[in-house]
Design a binder for this molecule. Structure first.
Ligand code: LP5
Ligand code: MN
Length: 241
């Protein structure tokens, strides 16, 4: 049966082997049978750079490599936690990197796919932070630092940010409805798929005749959007296999 998978917000990290195990199982036994796999960002808890050669990074790369070399096309959109994942990762795994907003053809229906952070325009401090870390010159320099130093910088910034996030109201961390309508209009589509907010749901906007599917995170269970030629469903996968 034809099916396409969408996942995001796994936040893979060596300190959560339960998530990694569920992901590797999903790649090996499920994704292998799909038409295409789309990873819509935040696959990693934080990706410090494509020069990460830890056993954990190698294991994840190998899982993608195995999938793509078996003939399953695999696409990746960067999230706010893996915006440093780049061309080298793509080369090593056979994964195709997509731009931050991309229109795909899903069994005859067009859909725009994205991580979702760019839709949260009310989160002004985050958008300012995003603009800073997306500067090519800054990434160019950061990517050339030794791995140990990069890890130190990241954990310092992460602890600064953690306290900032705690003071934010929940609403500003959700998407701005106007932005959703705008992005779909810009791409001339009536279907949007994204992650980031960790609020899995299928929203139907009757006024604009638009559907927005929000993917779930992988904190407590695996979370997959399964799209077939005539249906779509948000499904779960247990960690205890
Ligand atoms: O992912 P989630 O849901 O936890 O939170 C996001 C937003 N947070 C982030 C931060 C990243 O997870 C971790 C960043 C580590 C950065 C290392 C950078 C290394 C340098 C690279 C240079 C090329 O994305 C969070 C959103 C939330 O989603 C919901 O949308 O609210 O945003 C924040 O909390 C960000 C703060 O609001 C911004 C605070 C500014 C702190 C300034 C730090 C200095 C930056 C210097 C950059 C070089
Ligand atoms: Mn995110």
């Amino acid at each position: 049966m034809h099916k396409t998978f969408f996942i995001s917000d796994l936040h893979l990290t060596p300190s959560r082997p339960d998530i990694t195990a569920c992901f590797l199982h999903f790649m090996r036994y499920e994704a292998i049978h799909c038409d295409a796999l789309y990873v819509l960002g935040d696959l990693f808890d934080f990706w410090v750079g494509d020069d990460d050669n830890s056993p954990f990074a190698k294991q994840v790369r190998a899982a993608f490599q195995a999938l793509t070399s078996s003939g399953v096309p695999c696409y990746f959109i960067q999230g706010n936690r893996d915006f440093l994942l780049g061309k080298r990762f793509a080369r090593q795994t056979g994964v195709t990197l997509l731009p931050e907003e991309h229109v795909i053809e899903l069994y005859g229906r067009k859909a725009v796919i994205l991580h979702g952070d760019t839709l949260c325009t009310a989160d002004v401090s985050y958008q300012a932070f995003r603009k800073k870390v997306h500067q090519p010159w800054l990434q160019f320099i950061f990517n050339r630092l030794p791995m140990v130093l990069k890890r130190k910088i990241v954990s310092r910034i992460q602890s600064d940010i953690r306290s900032d996030k705690q003071t934010k109201q929940l609403e500003i961390m959700d998407v701005t409805p106007y932005e959703v309508v705008q992005v779909m209009h810009k791409h001339q589509v009536d279907l949007m798929i994204h992650g980031h907010t960790h609020r899995p749901n299928i929203h139907h906007d009757e006024v604009h005749q638009q559907t927005r599917i929000v993917l779930g995170d992988w904190y407590e269970q695996g979370s997959v959007l399964v799209v077939t030629p005539d249906d779509y469903a948000l499904e779960h996968r247990d960690f205890t296999l």
